[in-house]
Design a protein around this ligand. Sequence first.
Ligand SMILES: C[S@@+](CC[C@H](N)C(=O)[O-])C[C@H]1O[C@@H](n2cnc3c(N)ncnc32)[C@H](O)[C@@H]1O
Length: 393
Amino acid sequence: MPSMTYEYGSDEPPEASGSRYGYAPYPNASDDDEIESRHSALGVNELADGEYFVEAERTYNNTTWVYRLPADQEEVIRQDRQHYIMLAALPGLYRGPVEDILSDRSRHRRLLDIGCGTGIWTQEMAELFPHVDCIGIDLMPLQHDHQMRNCTFMRVFAPTGLKIFGDNSFDVIHLRQMLHAVCRKASASPLTPLIRSSTGMETNAHASPTGSNRSLWVSPLQTNEYPAVLREAHRMLRPGGLILIHEPQLQLHSAWEGLTHVDLTPCLAKMMDLLRGAQQFRGIDVELFSGMDSVLVDAGFQSDAIDVYYHYRQVCAEDPASEDGQNQAINIVSYLHAARLIILESGVTDEDTFDELLAGVSEEVCGRSNGRAGPLGGQGVLSPWGYWWAMKR
Ligand SMILES: C[S@@+](CC[C@H](N)C(=O)[O-])C[C@H]1O[C@@H](n2cnc3c(N)ncnc32)[C@H](O)[C@@H]1O
C-alpha cells in the first residue's frame, strides 16, 4: 500500500530541506485548537443584502453566476480544514524556491494570492515573511480579520479585475483550488433550469431571500478562464518571480490490482462522475490538470522553468477512526456537500439521488464501504493532487 502521500511520475520532488526549498513551519492538520481559535476570533465577513441567496440552508454569493461553492461559515471551516490537510501533504506552505525570492531584501517584495478564499494561506505567508506585502484577492468576502500591516484583502474578479495590477509587479503569485472555480458566462447566453426534482420535474421552489428566483438558473455556455488567469499571472510577475499552483485532479485511481475505484468505493465513484459532468456543464475543462504544463507554456512560462510535485491522497485513511482519519473523511464529505448546488443545477442528477449517494460516500470514507473489496476499500482509492511552480524568465 502507498503511504498517505507520495509522488509519482518522472519528476523528482525537491529535497525536503535546505535553503533552496526551505519549507515553512506548519501546524498539525488535526490541530483543531488552531483551526478553532481562528474561527472563533474571526468568521465570515458579511455579504450585503442582495449579494447572497440561500439554497438548502447554505448561503451562496449572488453577485456572479459563475462561482457556486457556498459563502458561509461552514465553507470557511471547510476551506481552513482543507488548508491544514494540504499543509501536511506538501509539507508546508509551499514548494519551490519561494524563500530565496522573498528573503532577498534588496528591494520591496510583493505576493499575490488569487482566489484566496478565507485568506488563511495569504495570512500565514504574511506572518512568515513580515517584510513582504501579501495581497489576497477573491470575489467573496470570506477572509478572516487580522491585524497584520503587510496583509491586504481585496474583492477582485479574475481574470478581468486583475488589470488593476501592473505588469512585473509581484514576486510570487499563488493559486490553490482554482482550477474548477474560474469560468465565465458567455454573454447573451440562454438560461437553463437549475434544479431537477427526483420526479424529473423542473422546480423553481427554492427562491432566494430577495424573492427572486435568479439563483435557480444557470448558463450552460460558460467558458473556462483558468488559462486567462495564468496569462495574467505571467504578466504581473517580475522576471525571476514565481507562480505556485496547487490543484486536485477531478479523477480517482485504484491502487489495488484487479480492482477499479468503482469496485472499491461505488458511491464516491458515481459522485465523482456527477461532479465531472456538472463541471463540464459549467464550462470547466476537467482535463486541464493533465495539460497544466502546456497551459503554463501558453501563458508565457518556459517549459524548462516548470517543476511539478504530485501527491496522492487516500480517500479513506489507514486509521479511519483516528483524529486525522476523521478529519480527512469530513474534508471529502464537506466538499461534496458544498458542491451540491453545482451538481444539482447542472441537471446531472436529482436531489434524492444526490443525498443518497452522499450518505454512501460518508460511509466509504470512514471505512464502511459496501464495495467489492470490503469496508476498507477506500484505502485503495487515491485522489491525485499536483503542485506546480514556474519561474518567469
Ligand atoms: C475552492 S476555493 C479555494 C480558496 C483558497 N485558494 C484555498 O485554497 O483555501 C476557490 C475560491 O476562489 C474564489 N473565486 C472563484 N472564482 C473567482 C474569480 N473569478 N475571481 C476571484 N475569485 C474567485 C472563490 O470565491 C473561492 O473563495
